[in-house]
Design a protein around this ligand. Structure first.
Ligand code: CDP
Ligand code: CDP
Length: 240
C-alpha cells in the first residue's frame, strides 16, 4: 500500500507527540517531532551563552547545528534520542528554561527557514507522521492527511502537570498553565508560519477523548482517504 504523509499540528500538550508516536508505530511509519529541533536550538543557545534576543546569532546557530533524532538509546521513557552536535540532550530540552525561550526562538524567520528545510527533506519520501505547529500549512502542505489536534487550555495544563508528577519532577499547576498560555499566544500570533488550522485539516478536539480514541479517529480518517485514492476516478464521488 502506498505510504502517505500525515501532518499533525496543534497547541502545546494537545497530545500530538503521544498520538503521533502511536499512530506511526501502528502504521510502521517514521515518526518525527519537529518541536525537538526548535527546542535543541534553544537549549544550545542557552548553554553557549548566545543571547536569545540576538536574532542573527541564533539564526547562525540554527543553520550550523547538527540535530539528529534516533531510536531511543536508553529505556527511560523517551520516545527517541536527540543529539545536538553529538551530545545527548533528550531530557534537557524539556527543562523550564527551554519552555521559556523556545517560542521567541521559533519566531525568527531564519531559524524557521533552516529547520523547515531539514524537515522537508525528512518528509519527502512519505511514510511519515510529522508533528508540530506548521506542518500542514508550511512544511508539508501536500500531506494527504492533515490533523489539527486541540483541547482546552485547562485540560492541556492538567496533562502536562500530571506528566511532570509522574516523571518525578513536579511543577506548579498555575505555572504550567501560564507557560502554555504564553507559548500558544506567541506561536499563533507570530508573523512567520503561525499556528493555525491548515487548509484541508480535520480539527479534533481531544478534551474529552482518550489517546486511544484519538488514534482510532485518525485511523478512520486515513482509511477513508485511502479508499478514496484506490477507487478509479469515476468512482471518486465527482457528481456529473
Ligand atoms: O511539546 P510541546 O507542545 O510543549 O512543544 P513542542 O512541540 O516541543 O514545541 C516547542 C515549541 O517549538 C513550540 O511552542 C513552538 O514555539 C515551536 N515549534 C514551532 O514553532 N514549529 C513547529 N513545527 C514545532 C514547534
Ligand atoms: O505533543 P503535545 O505537546 O501536543 O502533547 P504530548 O506531549 O503528547 O502530551 C500530552 C499528554 O496528555 C500525554 O501525557 C498524554 O498521555 C496525555 N493525553 C493525550 O495526549 N491525549 C489525550 N486524549 C489524553 C491524554
Amino acid at each position: 500500500m502506498k505510504k502517505i504523509t500525515i501532518a499533525i499540528d496543534g497547541p502545546a500538550a494537545s497530545g500530538k507527540s503521544t498520538v503521533g508516536g502511536r499512530l506511526a508505530d501502528k502504521l510502521g511509519y517514521l515518526y518525527f517531532d519537529t518541536g525537538v529541533m526548535y527546542r535543541a536550538v534553544t537549549w544550545v543557545a542557552l548553554v553557549r551563552g548566545i543571547p536569545i534576543e540576538d536574532e542573527a546569532a541564533v539564526t547562525k546557530l540554527a543553520e550550523s547545528l547538527l540535530i539528529e533524532v534516533t531510536r531511543p538509546t536508553v529505556q527511560d521513557g523517551r520516545q527517541y534520542t536527540v543529539y545536538a552536535d553529538g551530545e545527548d540532550i533528550t531530557w534537557r530540552i524539556r527543562e523550564p528554561g527551554v519552555n521559556r525561550y523556545v517560542s521567541p526562538v521559533s519566531a525568527y524567520r531564519g531559524v524557521r527557514q533552516a529547520l523547515t528545510r531539514q524537515q522537508r527533506r525528512i518528509g519527502a519520501a512519505g511514510g511519515v507522521v510529522m508533528v508540530g505547529r506548521d506542518i500542514g500549512s508550511v512544511v508539508l502542505p501536500e500531506a494527504e492527511v492533515k490533523i489539527y489536534l486541540d483541547a482546552t487550555l485547562e485540560e492541556r495544563a492538567r496533562r502536562r502537570y500530571r506528566e511532570a508528577q509522574q516523571r518525578g519532577t513536579p511543577r506548579d499547576y498555575a505555572e504550567v498553565l501560564e507557560d502554555l498560555k504564553r507559548r500558544d499566544h506567541i506561536d499563533s500570533t507570530r508573523e512567520q508560519a503561525p499556528l493555525c488550522v491548515a487548509e484541508g485539516a480535520v480539527v479534533i478536539d481531544s478534551t474529552k477523548m482518550t489517546v486511544e480514541e484519538v488514534v482510532a479517529r485518525i485511523r478512520a480518517l486515513l482509511k477513508a482517504a485511502k479508499e478514496k485514492d484506490i477507487l478509479p476516478p469515476s468512482h471518486k464521488g465527482t457528481k456529473k
